[in-house]
Design a protein around this ligand. Sequence first.
Ligand SMILES: Cc1ncc(COP(=O)(O)O)c(C=O)c1O
Length: 457
Amino acid sequence: MKDLVFDLIKQEKVRQSEGLELIPSENYVSQAVLEAMGSILTNKYSEGYPSFEGIPGWEESQIAEEILPNYRYYGGQVNIDRIERLAIARACQLFHADHANVQPHSGANANEAVYFAWCNPGDKILAMSLPAGGHLTHGSPVTRSAKIYNFISYGVAADGDIDYAELESKALKEQPKIILIGYSAFMKIPDFDRIAKIAEKIPDCILMADMAHVAGLIAGGVHPNPLDHGFHVMTTTTHKTLRGPRGGLILSKGHVASPLKKPEKTIANLPILIDRAVFPGTQGGPLEHIVAAKAVAFGEALQPDFKDYATKIVANAKTLATELQKHDFILQGGGTENHLILINVKDSFGFDGKLYEIALDKVGLTLNANSLPTDKGGAFRPSGVRLGTPAITTRGFNQNDMKTLALWMKKVANLCKKAYAKSPDSPESALDNFSDEFEAIHEEVRTLALKYPVPGI
Ligand SMILES: Cc1ncc(COP(=O)(O)O)c(C=O)c1O
């Protein structure tokens, strides 16, 4: 009997093909990544790590492929070890790291493992606040980490950049164990050197960058790499601009050795501390089908055409930002330097981000309502929306298409304005008065979308 899930996946394929994915944290993976994820590697348990110990030049992939002793708790690891070593070697090459832990199940797990590796309960961590653009895992009170560690937050200045003066004064006053630079809704390029200079003044403070959003831009050479600018640790998800499977990754500088020996808590030992914090500290068995898919994706990102992809993501985002501004959209930070755009919907058109998200969904344009730094709470009805270009750039959309996209977005904004004027208390239901107009735009979106196939469909 055919499972209902089969039909639902088929319907999702139609939705993905006929619509445009503008959520900046999403992307379309290659057929090769999909195949690795769906492989028989899911059958295998492999708690522990493959060994590189004592092997000079281990980061070269031919050594990564050799059969070596391991630190595993189950037998039958001959192929798994070689796959995981490849993933590690490729990640190190891609991000100029001494060590990579490819096992975190997600970006949240990667961050939690780093906190656990370096901090004791109650230690201070300085991170960007959620409304300023930081991520939930950077100290939001609803998370487990925030109940264990003492998060202090910095924000952004009026120009949308990090408030470096605030960051410095809080760092010097609070003496945190970690200064964390990372974000989910921030459009500037951080000054990593400036932050590294601040951290030098604080004993035992490590610099951590959560580059989940821009990892693909770093890999493609269009965004600075924090590990080249004095940062000790970088975490990322593997599924956003990096275009790999859903998962996490931790990269670090330092001394690579056996995770079995209990190391001293020194900055040089960070790679071992991190390995122990991932397993057995915060996770059990790794998902080796996902590790294999990460290895495939890192291999793809090491190819010369990935630089071209990363360049086009940013070019598309900048063009889209300019086109939106021509249509009276007010953008947080005045535009973008990366793949991400944050629209101040409220100041632009008078209605909130949630209404706009719902209306855009009706025409096959998917993005998410998002708080602005000026929003006070109210995550369900924020004033902004967040969008980005990684996924549409994977499909091949170009700067000319960004003009069309901006025009559709303006038309939808106009319909929202009318719905809001008709019924300010329940504008969502008033959207139904404009079904024909929405369907006409949806048909245009569908026609253009189908010209650019989704990889793997
Ligand atoms: C900056 C940042 N860190 C961490 C995460 C968490 O990643 P995951 O959803 O894989 O746990 C995200 C996800 O959006 C993110 O944007």
